[in-house]
Design a protein around this ligand. Structure first.
Ligand code: PEP
Length: 255
């Protein structure tokens, strides 16, 4: 089945509001209607979500905005957290969950990722569920088993209709922000195993429809080879999403 590619930029903890507006505007200025063949999403810090969304809405360009994290409770005494209804009101259609930086620095567990996915799905926000192994796990020969277990845990209790609304991003930790990309073969091997796991859970029709992205030092020089792989449907982009010129080159590689 032909899946529509998705390019999502993860701005991480970069860009003040003023800088975010400039970057969103730079991206918007380069929009042309060929982009409609690809879903384009930017995931700025929370404070930049509304300003970035406003730029795209004002320009009427179909670039979605996503958050980089969320908390599963609706409201209450959870100092420092942001809820799903808050994201919904801003107009967020996407949310990254389980990024390796959140798992590694902030102790986010597979169980947390699952709760976040369910909370997002109940509000119609698409979770972008990140999975990926460390170098130690890869060197031990356990990458496939490790990543597929993360996928099973993230999707626990999620039905097929909801699974259809999710995106999985395979991001080997050793390739994030390191300049060291997985080879297309390495990336394809894991993305194909992710799809096989989704097929075990939901059957071939659903697993064929779910987009699986690659993330980890994707850039204009390696994008073509990566997205040419049959189970890679786009990218989750860190560093190369911080400049409109490189992000737009990645979008163009998908159309
Ligand atoms: C990321 O953190 O999601 C990522 C893929 O970063 P980079 O592209 O900088 O490796």
């Amino acid at each position: 089945m032909a899946r529509k590619p998705l390019m999502a930029g993860n701005w991480k903890m970069n860009k003040t509001i003023g800088e975010a507006v400039v970057l969103a505007q730079d991206i918007s200025n380069q929009y042309d209607d060929r982009w409609d063949a690809c879903d384009v999403v930017v995931c700025p810090p929370f404070v930049d979500l509304k300003p970035a969304k406003t730029v795209f809405e004002f320009d009427r360009v179909p670039v979605g905005v996503g958050a980089q994290n969320v908390y599963w409770e609706e409201k209450g005494a959870f100092t420092g957290e942001i809820s799903v209804p808050m994201l919904k009101e801003i107009g967020c259609e996407w949310c990254i969950i389980g990024h390796s930086e959140r798992r590694g620095y902030f102790g986010e567990t597979n169980e947390d990722v699952n709760k976040k996915a369910k909370a997002l799905l109940s509000a119609g926000i698409h979770p972008i569920i990140c999975v990926g192994e460390s170098l130690a796990v890869r060197d031990a020969g356990d990458a496939l088993e490790f990543v597929c277990a993360q996928v099973r845990a993230a999707f626990a209790g999620i039905d097929a209709a909801q699974a259809n609304e999710c995106v999985v991003a395979y991001e080997p930790i050793w390739a994030i922000g390191t300049g060291r990309t997985a080879t297309p073969e390495q990336a394809q091997e894991v993305c194909s195993a992710i799809r096989a796991t989704l097929s075990e859970l939901y059957g071939a029709e659903v697993s064929d429809a779910i987009r699986v992205l690659y993330g980890g030092s994707m850039n204009p020089g390696n994008v073509e080879m990566l997205i040419a792989q049959p189970d890679i449907d786009g990218g989750l982009i860190g560093g190369a999403a911080l400049e409109a010129s490189s992000f737009v080159q990645l979008i163009k590689a998908c159309i």
